[in-house]
Design a protein around this ligand. Structure first.
Ligand code: PHE
Length: 444
């Protein structure tokens, strides 16, 4: 037969199949490891959070490989087979059963199985096919945290009491916290079978206090950084709120939002770990909580970094500003933008193939299975980090033919230099050609 197609990611060779959709630019960024690069703002952010979840209570893991099985990323966590997160439009597949992790929760089950302490933190790069703008990049970083108690090890098997005793050992804080909902709600945020109300309440209280203390720390470092850059800086009182949430692997679940520059900003997901995961991990007598937080968003507000692409910059005008900070988390400074180069906007308009069209077998973009992330990826493949954002500016369906037309506006702007109009045109023509070649659209 034909030789099995393969791809090399990091040090390992993987077989590929028709599910494979990892573009070369993504494959070659695996291994940058921004979260452990000394003096990188993502790494500094990680260290600040780690300081609030110290060893030996929490084990810190920073080197897990990003290539995981669909079992680790989805099945072990109770994602149903038809969950939209599994779609090829949203997730990078190496092959049908192997993905680039979409979240650090992919390691939860294995970490619970191997865990020899009371908790852990896992920091890592995660991968999602997504829109292009100043806050979205197909690779970003998350930190997963968990804290567990063992029914067989706490006095009298009384989890609630053991957890309340641990809460009493935590510091308090004076941040304003809105938390209007009861710890559990029969429909919206159910108690797990096998957990008593007292246990869930204690676990919720420990989770919330621990994460609030983390937020207090982040903002106290952020305030110092702001003052170091602008001595006249006046901060507003810090305000956060807990929102009921849903994740397939926790119940009850919450998101934490921070009131920041006039808006509520979602910063983390969390909840009481589903007992099923401890059972599959071979530690059925454990109970505990887990959270996941995005590091880019925190780093952007900590240092006032305006564009997520900057984290990938190798420009000394960016990296040089953070020198020495990894060694002294109490002497942070905000990022001072270097000049912003001019934007160059170009539009591309095209017709999708009508769904009934049988021409061009194998071409994907008929109206029914067109996905915007395919456009985003083509633009990224061609323009790389020279594209600041892509927005849909027009969409209509022709009244007679029923064909659908779309128009996207691409903003070409380098972070590092001024692009000439010729360069932008070259990128744009290539994008247009690739849209035709790869998606089979018809340019207008
Ligand atoms: N993995 C979730 C996400 O990426 C966050 C999460 C982690 C939620 C742990 C609950 C517990 O959105």
């Amino acid at each position: 037969g034909r030789p099995q197609p393969k791809t090399k990611l990091g040090e390992t060779v993987y077989p590929t199949d028709e599910w494979h959709n990892v573009p070369p630019a993504i494959a070659s960024s695996i291994g940058r490891q921004l979260h452990i690069q000394k003096d990188h703002p993502i790494s500094i952010t990680r260290s600040i959070i780690e300081s609030k979840f110290p060893k030996p209570t929490y084990q810190h893991h920073n080197g897990f490989v990003p290539v995981v099985t669909t079992g680790q990323n989805f099945d072990s966590l109770g994602f149903p087979p038809d969950h939209p997160g599994r779609s090829k439009a949203d997730t990078y597949y190496v092959n049908a059963s192997t993905v680039l992790r979409t979240h650090t929760s992919a390691h939860q089950l294995d970490a619970f199985r191997a865990n020899s302490s009371e908790g852990f933190l896992i920091s890592a790069d995660v991968y999602r096919r997504d829109a292009i703008d100043r806050t979205h990049y197909p690779i970003f970083h998350q930190m997963e945290g968990a804290r567990v108690w063992d029914r067989k090890k706490v006095p009298h098997g009384n989890i609630a009491q053991a957890v309340w005793e641990d809460i009493a050992k935590l510091p308090t804080h004076s941040m304003i916290v809105e938390d209007p909902n009861p710890p559990t709600h029969p429909e919206r945020n159910p108690l797990q079978h096998g957990h008593s109300h007292d246990e869930a309440e204690a676990l919720a209280a420990h989770l919330k206090r621990s994460l609030e203390l983390m937020v207090v720390e982040i903002f106290s470092r952020a305030k110092d950084a702001a003052i170091a850059t602008n001595p006249k800086y006046v901060d507003e009182p810090l305000k956060v709120r807990w929102i009921e949430a849903f994740f397939p692997f926790t119940s009850p679940s919450w998101e934490l939002e921070i009131f920041w520059q006039g808006d509520w900003l979602e910063v983390l997901g969390s909840g009481v770990v589903k007992q099923d995961i401890f059972e599959k991990a071979g530690v059925p007598s454990q109970v505990g909580w887990a959270f996941g937080i995005g590091l880019e968003r925190i780093a952007m507000l900590l240092f006032e970094i305006p564009d997520i692409r900057l984290f990938w910059s190798q420009d000394e005008r960016f990296l040089g500003q953070f020198k020495g900070m990894s060694d002294d988390l109490h002497r942070l400074k905000r990022y001072v933008p270097f000049s912003k180069y001019p934007a160059c906007y170009k539009d591309v308009a095209f017709w999708l193939r009508s769904s009934s069209s049988s021409a061009g077998g194998g071409i994907r973009a008929n109206a029914a299975d067109f996905h915007e992330n395919d456009v985003m990826e083509i633009v990224r493949d061609v323009g790389g980090d020279v594209v600041e954002d892509v927005t849909k500016v027009d969409e209509f369906t022709h009244p007679k033919t029923g064909r659908k037309s779309l128009c996207y506006r691409i903003n070409y702007r380098s972070l590092e230099r001024t692009l000439t109009n010729e360069e932008a045109n070259e990128f744009h023509e290539k994008v247009s050609r690739e849209l035709v070649n790869k998606l089979g659209v018809e340019l207008r």
